[in-house]
Design a protein around this ligand. Structure first.
Ligand code: ADP
Length: 421
């Protein structure tokens, strides 16, 4: 009986001790969970040990997932950073939450300092502010960005907002400076071509009307027909030059292994030059052709011929009769080949020189027209030069004449293989 009592007391004490120990371990786990999760014991005895182990595992998995998610987010942000377009994320109040470097540079904002600033306070372009406030983002808005292009033009931006996740907004920006410039150039070009064609057309229409309505004698008729012929020839030359330009733009790079003898190019130039000089001035010009090296050039021979003839014909056309035009070819010490045309003509003022190769840019409009110029000659020469890796160099002094030179890279110039004749 007494033994049974002791057994009961023993069992009670044991149960109490067990409960105490259990409570202590539960309290320890709770304490660790509250304060020091990282130091959860890796493995302990009993239920609490297993519980702690499972919690530890779960936490480790979560941590890994969070780290992976963070890594992926960083990758996304790095990809958006690398975008040539600007990206800005705005919160519901229109404050900057994040932006990439492109957008920061375009808007002149500091990606760190200006975080959570209202974008409309930082980009004050009225069109942009109105656009942002309108909540109508079906179209983009065009604004000037911070900074200027190399030519001093403002950088133009197209900005479009895309709302997401309720009232949050994403701004995408695109630098459209080059696009706008290309569009302006295209418009100018079409206007120029139309103007160039309309002038001779108007003259032709006038002559046709005269021939229809006036009784003319044979001599007058012949004179009118001659003038009409000149106008149609002018239009033909313009169309030919336009076709040459478009062919140059669309065709493959000139061959690097097709060699043309400079001697032959110069000889053909000489024939054409003497003919032109005779036609333009009764006394002609003092033309000289000097070949200091018997070389060959690699490239498209028709293009090379066209570029060289263009420079020579310009020198003859702009130099009054009796003047000098000297053509030369030589190989420079560094191996480059130089084709140069020097004339004793009127010369060109320095401010015009950088613009001479623009299409339809003329210094002396009437002289150009009188001598059959289209305003496209030097644009063609520059194009051909670029295609052959050559440089077009223009030096000129008013009243003393000009020197136009084409410098071919050493890789495209070699000594002539054929026998010198
Ligand atoms: P164009 O058909 O009018 O000659 P180009 O493109 O060949 O067109 O030349 C552009 C302009 O450059 C000419 O209109 C002329 O004013 C000027 N120019 C070109 N070559 C010479 C030169 N040798 N001497 C003086 N002016 C020149």
């Amino acid at each position: 009986m007494l033994g049974l009592k002791f057994a009961w007391v023993g069992a009670w004490i044991g149960a109490l001790l067990w409960m105490g120990l259990d409570t202590w371990r539960a309290a320890r786990l709770l304490r660790l969970l509250r304060s020091d999760v990282a130091n959860l014991p890796s493995r302990g005895p009993g239920v609490w040990g297993e519980l702690s182990e499972r919690i530890r595992k779960l936490l480790r998995e979560r941590e890994q997932q969070t780290r992976q998610a963070e890594d992926r987010l960083q990758e996304f942000l790095a990809a958006i950073q690398a975008s040539p377009n600007g990206v800005v994320l705005l919160d519901e109040q229109g404050r900057i939450e994040w932006c990439n470097q492109t957008a920061a540079a375009q808007f002149g904002i500091d990606a760190e300092r200006d975080m959570l600033q209202h974008l409309a306070n930082l980009v004050r372009d009225p069109a942009f502010v109105a656009y942002l406030a309108s909540w109508n983002y079906s179209r983009d808005v065009l604004i000037d960005a911070q900074g200027r292009t190399a030519r001093g033009h403002p950088v133009r931006l197209s900005v479009q907002v895309h709302p997401y996740a309720g009232n949050r907004r994403m701004l995408l920006t695109r630098d459209i400076t080059a696009l706008e410039q290309a569009e302006t150039m295209r418009r100018d070009f079409v206007a120029n071509v139309s103007h160039e064609i309309r002038t001779p057309l108007t003259v032709l229409a006038g002559f046709v009307e005269t021939l229809q309505n006036l009784p003319l004698d044979a001599e007058e008729r012949a004179r009118y027909l001659r003038l009409m012929g000149q106008q149609s020839q002018r239009m033909e030359m313009l169309v030919n030059d336009l076709l040459t330009l478009s062919r140059l733009e669309g065709s493959a790079a000139p061959p690097a292994n097709q060699w043309t003898r400079v001697r032959a190019l110069l000889a053909q130039g000489e024939d054409e030059g003497r003919g032109l000089s005779g036609r333009l001035a009764p006394q002609g010009h003092k033309l000289s052709f000097s070949l200091y090296a018997d070389s060959e050039i690699a490239g498209a021979s028709t293009e090379l011929q066209s570029a060289m003839s263009n420079l020579l014909s310009n020198a003859i056309r702009y130099t009054p009769g009796g003047g000098e035009v000297a053509v030369s070819w030589k190989v420079l010490p560094d191996g480059r080949g130089e084709y140069a045309v020097r004339d004793s003509g009127p010369g060109i003022a320095a401010e015009h020189i950088p613009r001479l190769t623009e299409r339809f840019y003329r210094v002396d409009r009437s002289r150009s027209r009188e001598t059959g110029g289209t305003g496209l000659g030097l644009a063609i020469v520059k194009h051909i030069a670029q295609r052959h890796g050559a440089e077009l160099r223009i030096e000129s002094t008013i009243g003393q004449g000009s020197r136009f030179a084409l410098l071919f890279p050493a890789g495209r110039v070699r000594e002539a293989r054929a026998l010198v004749t």
